[in-house]
Design a protein around this ligand. Structure first.
Ligand code: SF4
Length: 347
């Protein structure tokens, strides 16, 4: 029996959206909605169009990042999705800031996993000066021993603390908007969307690269997803992690996730069209939400995390390498590989 694409669907004209995106033009709200509302039968065409944009800027290269909690849990904030928050009963490891030797060893392992960037996280509302200095000390040690780029995620950050981290060798700071300004109060009450914007301003003022994305599946509407994509474009952030809610048992959002793999792929395509030249990373929740369709996410996105997340496990590096190879894509190597003072990570 032959299968036909339903002809009563409005023609998505995805190729035109790719052209518009490559020309630097922002999609209209109706065009963005047409991406999210696109028929599942049209998904291959949508992915093809998003891949045209991704290919223009990144070819078939895939950036691998490794994430690690330098400090875990113990956070006074009430972010509803987070297993480390004060309102979470999730069973997770909780520990104060690790010794720098442990972080150096983890950076070596990240490099061995093919990572071009190691992302160090300090859980909490924002770091104390002492925590900032500890992170700076650890980063300086890593940079002296391991050829890898460093991103730090510290919560709310002032410009002076951002400068301490930059001076130690941090290239980039992650601080997510998470969702739209409208929906943000539904996600957390202990800090505001404007607090998050202020941190991004501090990071930019300190001369650091910005990594800022969001979480899909928090109960927001499609308009909030579109708003987030457009806000990130306006902020001109360098890197966009797109997380899909992994509703961890014990968190207030336990049981909330109703995402489908197809929807996740459409969201990634939307983010690519709206932020054509930016690094787009399929971040937390990739494995549980995209499931067997994970490889398709690399048509719109150009980056992934491997070896797990802050409090949950993830795809092993070897499996990720195989996935990338099977797609005919290639792992992007770090500019740090070119440094003359590079040391063998086998040491
Ligand atoms: S996301 Fe960050 S600030 Fe929010 S509860 Fe988790 S660790 Fe705390």
């Amino acid at each position: 029996m032959l299968h036909e694409i339903p002809m009563n669907n409005v023609e998505p004209r995805y190729a035109e959206l790719a052209e518009k995106s490559l020309a630097g033009d922002l999609l209209s709200p109706a065009e963005m909605k047409s991406v999210i509302d696109g028929a599942d039968e049209r998904l291959p065409e949508l992915l093809e169009a998003a891949f045209r944009v991704r290919y223009h800027y990144y070819g078939k290269k895939v950036q691998i990042h490794v994430l690690m909690n330098a400090k875990s849990g113990l956070c006074p904030e009430d972010c509803g999705y987070c297993s480390q928050s004060s309102v979470s009963d999730a069973e997770i490891d909780k520990y104060p800031f690790l010794a720098k030797e442990e972080l150096v060893n983890a950076a070596v392992k990240a490099r061995e996993a093919g990572a071009m960037r190691f992302c160090l996280v300090n859980s909490g509302r924002g770091p104390t000066l002492k925590e900032t200095e500890k992170m700076a000390e650890a980063v300086a040690e890593i940079k002296s021993k391991v050829p890898i780029n460093i991103c730090a995620c510290m919560g709310l950050l002032t410009e002076s603390k951002a400068r301490i981290l930059k001076d130690a060798g941090v290239e980039r700071i992650n601080h997510n908007l998470n969702t739209s300004s409208r929906y943000h109060p539904e996600v957390v009450s202990t800090h505001t969307y404007d607090d998050r914007l202020a941190t991004l301003e501090s990071v930019k003022a300190a001369g650091l690269s910005t990594c800022c994305g969001g979480i899909i599946g928090l109960g927001e509407q499609d308009d909030d997803v579109m708003d987030l994509a457009v806000s990130l474009r306006a902020l001109d952030v360098d890197s966009i992690p797109v997380n899909f809610l992994h509703a961890i048992p014990g968190t207030p959002m336990e049981g909330r996730s109703n995402l489908t793999p197809q929807y996740c792929l459409k969201v990634l395509c939307l983010f690519r069209f709206v932020n054509p030249s930016k690094e787009i990373r399929v971040a937390g929740g990739r494995e549980v939400n995209l499931r067997s369709l994970q490889p398709l996410s690399l048509y719109p996105a150009n980056s992934i995390f491997v070896n797990g997340y802050l409090t949950t496990s993830g795809q092993a590096a070897t499996d990720a390498h195989r996935m990338i190879e099977d797609l005919g894509f290639e792992i992007e190597t770090s500019e740090e590989d070119e440094l003359p003072e590079q040391q063998s990570i086998a040491q």
